[in-house]
Design a protein around this ligand. Structure first.
Ligand SMILES: [Zn+2]
Length: 433
């Protein structure tokens, strides 16, 4: 009986089949699930890993009873996709239901691959990552594993699972693949295709209690998100009385919106965050609003804030916390001076002036060590006298550093500030992003 059906269907289907396409008819009992038969046939193909399903996302979509699996290298060649070469090879299955109590599946195979050679081991370079490995990468990413370590772990995983072919991307991934998996994971977390709507849902949802302030981004207002978790709140209550480190970090989100962080030092000397703010610009006005919100939640005004030399930050802090001292991070002072001295506009750049630059830096250290304003004034005068042959250096010093000695020299630091001369605590914290 099976044979009669097979021959009859075969004759009928032959008329609709091209000469290079192989035709095959499978006859099975009606109670068998046609899709499982399809998968079984697909898996029995030697190059099954090379075909991907185009018209059914999963076996759940059975309406059309037609399943077509194209070569994974199918698709239009484009600059963005190096996998697609326009290969036309495919396997298709058409399910003819209930042919005299039998399920009949017509399989068509066109295996003339063009643009690539699936028997070439290097072709496996274009395979999709195996689902097990993809899951493993997902787990590692969610643990915050660094890319280089993740890559090593993936290769170790592949070897442990007996895979040896380094060309096969199914098991041996590249940094680019890891990036793609990360992007996919991030997309799944999105509530909405519009990021602004996604943010809105997120901040008004389960994280609502951690949001101190949220102003959506529109054409006439800046984005401001001020966040504080309960742990941050308790850290702020315990450690923010003396010194708070303030810093702005860039490049932590795809919009390059700055991340504004307030960090304090805990009992163990570690930097712990007490508030985060994501803002769409770093203008003084925006920072004032953000600091004003934080200020409302501070039990007492902090004794001092340590910043790098960002005037928008300094001005905003002075306005919101008029009683607090502003200290400049010594590391950033040295960095700024060094950078300026290396520029041609300083007049002491280049290899031949290395000794002179070192002398200037040593003098800055001497200025830093001044313990009284008088001392600072006298040393400043001495500075200009010593380097009078370099008027540009003297001008630079007078313009940028002389007037704010109290922010970066010891005489302005004469109170307990947890022995902090730099805001390294926060810089170290920022490296975590
Ligand atoms: Zn192909």
């Amino acid at each position: 009986m099976d044979d009669i059906i097979r021959r009859s269907v075969l004759n009928d289907e032959k008329k609709r089949t091209g000469k290079d396409t192989q035709l095959c008819v499978h006859v099975s009992q009606c109670q068998e699930d046609p899709f499982s038969v399809v998968l079984e046939k697909l898996n029995s193909l030697t190059l099954h890993g090379h075909y991907k399903c185009l018209n059914v996302a999963s076996g759940k979509d059975r309406k059309r009873d037609y399943y077509k699996f194209n070569c994974i290298r199918a698709g239009k060649k484009s600059r963005n996709s190096y996998r697609a070469v326009g290969c036309k090879a495919y396997v298709s299955f058409k399910v003819l239901k209930c042919w005299k109590d039998h399920t009949v599946i017509v399989q068509r195979t066109y295996d003339k691959h063009d643009g690539h050679d699936p028997s070439d081991p290097k072709d496996a370079h274009f395979n999709n990552i195996s689902s097990d490995l993809r899951r493993k990468i997902g787990e590692l990413l969610s643990l915050g594993t660094k890319p280089a370590i993740l890559l090593t772990k993936c290769h170790k995983w592949a070897k442990e699972h007996g895979h040896r072919d380094l060309h096969n991307r199914e098991h041996f991934v590249t940094p680019h693949d890891i990036d793609s998996v990360r992007t996919c994971m991030m997309r799944k977390k999105h509530f909405n295709c519009r990021d602004s709507q996604s943010v809105h849902t997120l901040l008004n949802g389960k994280h609502q209690e951690h949001v101190l302030f949220y102003q959506p981004y529109t054409s006439d207002q800046e984005l401001m998100i001020v966040l504080q978790t309960p742990v941050m709140k308790s850290n702020m209550e315990n450690y923010a009385k003396q010194l708070v480190f303030v810093d702005t970090t860039h490049c932590v989100n795809q919009y390059s919106f700055p991340l504004f962080t307030l960090v304090v030092r805990d009992d163990h000397g570690r930097g712990v965050p007490v508030a985060y703010a994501i803002v769409s610009n770093e203008s003084q006005k925006t920072l004032e609003t953000v600091l004003g919100i934080v200020c409302e939640h501070l039990p007492t005004s902090s004794r001092a804030f340590m910043v790098d030399k960002d005037f928008a930050e300094i001005n905003a802090l002075q306005k919101v916390f008029p009683e607090s001292a502003i200290l400049l991070c010594w590391y950033h002072v040295l960095q700024a001076v060094n950078r300026w001295l290396s520029k041609s506009e300083s007049g002491v750049h280049g290899l031949s002036n290395t000794q002179k630059r070192n002398e200037i830096i040593s003098f800055f250290c001497k200025l830093k060590a001044c313990t009284s304003e008088e001392d600072f004034k006298a040393t400043s005068a001495e500075f200009c006298q010593t380097f009078k042959q370099y008027p540009l250096v003297c001008q630079y010093f007078q313009k940028h550093w002389e007037g704010i000695g109290h922010m970066w020299c010891d005489y302005g630091h004469r109170f307990s500030h947890a022995r902090s001369e730099t805001n390294n605590v926060i810089e170290r914290y920022d490296l975590l992003f």
